[in-house]
Design a protein around this ligand. Structure first.
Ligand code: ARG
Ligand code: ZN
Length: 460
């Protein structure tokens, strides 16, 4: 209904002549909060990204991005989210094709039919674009920190919710998660790190190329890329619920020992979380520490951790997002509590694993939620996506469910959710349906009250 209205208005607009030059855009994904993101019917399965960062610390980059594009319905053209550097050319299965930049979209006028895969390559070069965020002191997307004297500068991606499009052409909605290959070329003496397993280092005339394979699908916003004079610290591999996980962190120069120390506990954190959530979803995990005062971000397999968030609580939180958010992707941005409530709840699971009681944590959450207005858990505006209700009321909802069913069934519920929803765009209704199936209608009723009631339900 809504989509046909948008189309009708667009057609009317062009019929009236005022917008005659503006192309009619195909329907976007249909997100409740970001109605312009993504293309309905487009399924990008893989992004192969050759990224060159010739001067780390500046906004300049060059890339050749090949998307493996499939369609779940006939598409008359491709419409990618893109606000990045100048496009130098596009090929479709190897042949040059015309393209057009229309506002926030890169349009490629070739039809895509279900059952086929097109390899679409976009070449780009220039300064990264900017996506402002109402909550943050910086624009989302490609961050650039100039170097000091002879020290090279730093770049990194910081994109949740919609910043990846500031530097790469993507179907920028978490409901279309994809695998990634990243080949990042940097000057000699500079290190690159990215989501996935580091498979190779190669010296070329342009510099040194670091290759990463992210073999499990992740949302586009979760793509991690870090470039700079970084030190890589390898830790002992850990077994997480029967799965071997590589652990490594990256630090910029001059990070003092007290900031680095909590990261030594990453393996132990993954083990504790695995006891509740089941096998860790990826092959590798760790953190890349950054200096700007930003929120920490759960970038896939390599969380982006500001110096100011370098403590065990936040390391636990971002590690939990690897299951909830990165492996189990959001189906709609209004459901961020499915990410933030679960990751916050992990903080309590960690505290309990240290032999401490849960009461103080629960009390703190409750006092904090009750100190301001609360809301039903499905967000209605962008301002609500990362508010106290998403984090703390979301965590309290899970605590109420656990109190209702007991630890054993709650653990089964968490593990079933992590396993069944991996790679499946998930909405609040999916969680409620799972609660009903795994835990029964009474348990679902408790969870539903926490999801839907305007005020805070009584606490267990
Ligand atoms: N997901 C991040 C966390 O771990 C928070 C990101 C906040 N992003 C934003 N654009 N405000 O809690
Ligand atoms: Zn979070």
């Amino acid at each position: 209904m809504r989509r046909s209205w948008i189309l009708a208005l667009a057609l009317l607009g062009s019929a009236l002549g005022g917008a005659a030059q503006a192309p009619v855009l195909p329907a976007a994904w249909g997100d409740r909060i970001y109605p312009r993101l993504g293309q309905a019917g487009l399924d990008v399965t893989h992004y192969d990204v050759a990224l060159r960062v010739p001067q780390p610390g500046t906004r300049t980059l060059q890339a050749e991005v090949t998307l493996s594009a499939q369609a779940t319905r006939p598409l008359p053209l491709l419409s990618l989210d893109y606000l990045g550097p100048a496009v130098q050319g596009v090929t479709w299965n190897g042949a040059a094709v015309p393209f057009e930049r229309a506002g926030e979209k890169l349009l490629i006028r070739r039809a895509l039919t279900p059952g086929t895969t097109a390899r679409v390559t976009v070449r780009l070069s220039g300064p990264a674009g900017r996506v402002p965020d109402p909550d943050l002191p910086v624009d989302l997307g490609w961050q650039a920190l100039p170097g000091q004297g002879a020290q090279p500068g730093v770049n990194f991606s910081f994109s949740e919710p919609d910043g990846t499009r500031a530097f790469l052409p993507v179907n920028d909605h978490p409901a279309d998660p994809a695998t990634f290959t990243l080949r990042v070329t940097v000057p000699q003496g500079v290190t690159a790190a990215a989501s996935g397993v580091h498979t190779r280092v190669q010296d070329t005339p342009q510099g040194r190329t670091f290759t990463f394979e992210q073999r499990e699908a992740i949302p586009t916003y979760a793509l991690s890329v870090h470039v700079g004079p970084l030190e890589r610290v390898d830790r002992p591999a850990v077994q997480v619920a029967g799965k071997t996980v590589q652990v490594r962190d990256y630090f910029p120069p001059g990070i003092p020992p007290n900031i680095r120390a909590p990261y030594e506990r990453t393996g132990e954190i993954l083990r504790v979380l695995g006891e509740w959530f089941g096998p860790y979803p990826f092959a590798v995990y760790g953190s890349a520490v950054v200096r700007p005062a930003l929120p920490a971000l759960e970038t896939a397999t390599l969380s982006t951790m500001p110096v100011t968030s370098s403590n065990v609580r936040v390391i636990v939180h971002e590690a939990a997002h690897q299951w909830f958010g990165n492996s189990v992707p959001l189906g709609d941005w209004s459901d961020t509590w499915l990410n933030e409530g679960f990751a916050t709840y992990a903080e309590l699971l960690w505290v309990q694993a240290q032999g401490e009681g849960e009461a103080a944590v629960v009390q703190r959450w409750r006092d904090s939620v009750q100190s301001g207005p609360t809301r039903p858990l499905v967000a209605r505006t962008a301002a609500e996506l990362f508010d106290r209700s998403a984090y703390l009321r979301g965590a309290l909802a899970l605590h109420a469910l656990r109190a209702e069913v007991g630890d054993g069934p709650f653990r089964t519920f968490l593990q079933t959710y992590a396993r069944e929803r991996a790679g499946q765009p998930t909405r609040t209704a999916d969680l409620l349906a799972l609660a009903r199936r795994v835990l029964g209608p009474d348990a679902e009723g408790v969870l539903r009250a926490w999801v839907e009631s305007p005020g805070l339900p009584p606490l267990p």
